[in-house]
Design a protein around this ligand. Structure first.
Ligand code: ASP
Length: 290
């Protein structure tokens, strides 16, 4: 099969007080180009999702990877998950400390263990055993929060995520985050929870961002798929319906989704969402606000 390709990325939804989003736009544009080249060359959706998220983690522009903010104890506890829609395999890590790329550890959990999710010290031990690069100097690795440069609200949340459709018709999704600002040590949001922050099956791939507690209570990512499967809704209607249910619980945020035909949906209920898409019909979008 040599079908359509499609790709979408997000760098978090929420209040965006700094109107200059040129760095994020440039970064998302570059990644969208690289992801397109890889998918056209036949890369799997799963590989592209992992590579895109690794780079988003590394960019330091989002509240994930290097840009993560500390918890109340000043520690950096990171969450990530990845799912392969072709076979519903999934891997996830939560409250992971001291490892450079949480998304790659999540993939290793999927591929190298019989489990789906590893937490805290166990996740870190597994990552080190697997040879994942360790953060040797926390102060140098994480980009410090500048009270002048960034408004606290801006930092409230800002996860990264990616969904992709490859030319074999396979879908994949992944999400990675430093969580929410000032979280209680041990707090885990929706990002590493399969079905809440991340989902992929043969019909749709979804990655969410926003106030994780509400995304968990609405099981947003899998709800998009359920609305399509059982309700016969289009991807746009399913994504909007799942987000509206989350909003009724009191939360805000957004999601990116791609269906098996290469249709992309990127709704959000918040001030902005850093996002980029290559639609199955070739259209490109790189946006922060509406
Ligand atoms: N959903 C993430 C969390 O609650 C935060 C975000 O998307 O910005 O950990």
């Amino acid at each position: 099969m040599n079908g359509k390709i499609a790709l979408a990325l997000h760098g978090g939804a929420g209040p965006i007080r700094n109107p200059d989003t040129s760095k994020e736009i440039a970064n998302l544009t570059k990644l969208l180009d690289e992801g397109e080249v890889a998918l056209l060359a036949g890369a799997s959706a799963l590989d592209v999702v992992e590579t895109m998220i690794q780079q988003l983690e590394e960019a330091g522009l989002y509240i994930a990877g290097r840009g993560s903010s500390p918890n109340k104890n000043g520690e950096f506890e990171l969450d990530a998950s990845i799912m392969d829609g072709a076979n519903r395999r999934a891997g996830s890590v939560c409250a992971l400390q001291g490892i450079i790329s949480p998304i790659s550890v999540a993939r290793a959990v999927m591929e190298k263990t019989p489990h789906v999710m590893l937490a805290g010290a166990g996740a870190r031990k597994f990552a080190l055993e697997q040879g994942f690069a360790e953060i040797t100097d926390t102060k140098k690795h994480f980009i410090p929060i500048s009270p002048k440069g960034k408004n606290t609200d801006d930092l409230a949340h800002g996860t990264v995520g990616c969904v992709a459709l490859d030319n074999q018709g396979r879908l994949a999704a992944g999400t990675s985050t430093g969580g929410v600002l000032n979280k209680i040590p041990g707090r885990v949001g929706d990002t590493p929870l399969i079905g809440a922050g991340t989902w992929a099956d043969q019909q749709v791939a979804v990655s969410c961002t926003g106030q994780g507690e509400y995304f968990i209570r609405a099981a947003v990512a899998v709800d998009v798929s359920a609305r399509m499967t059982y309700g016969g809704f289009s991807i746009d209607a399913a994504a909007a319906g799942a987000l509206a249910d989350m909003q009724r619980q009191g939360g805000d945020g957004g999601l990116i989704a791609i269906d098996h035909q290469g249709q992309v949906s990127m709704p959000f209920i918040s001030h902005g969402m850093r996002r980029a898409a290559l639609h199955g019909d070739g259209r490109r979008e790189i946006l922060v606000f509406r």
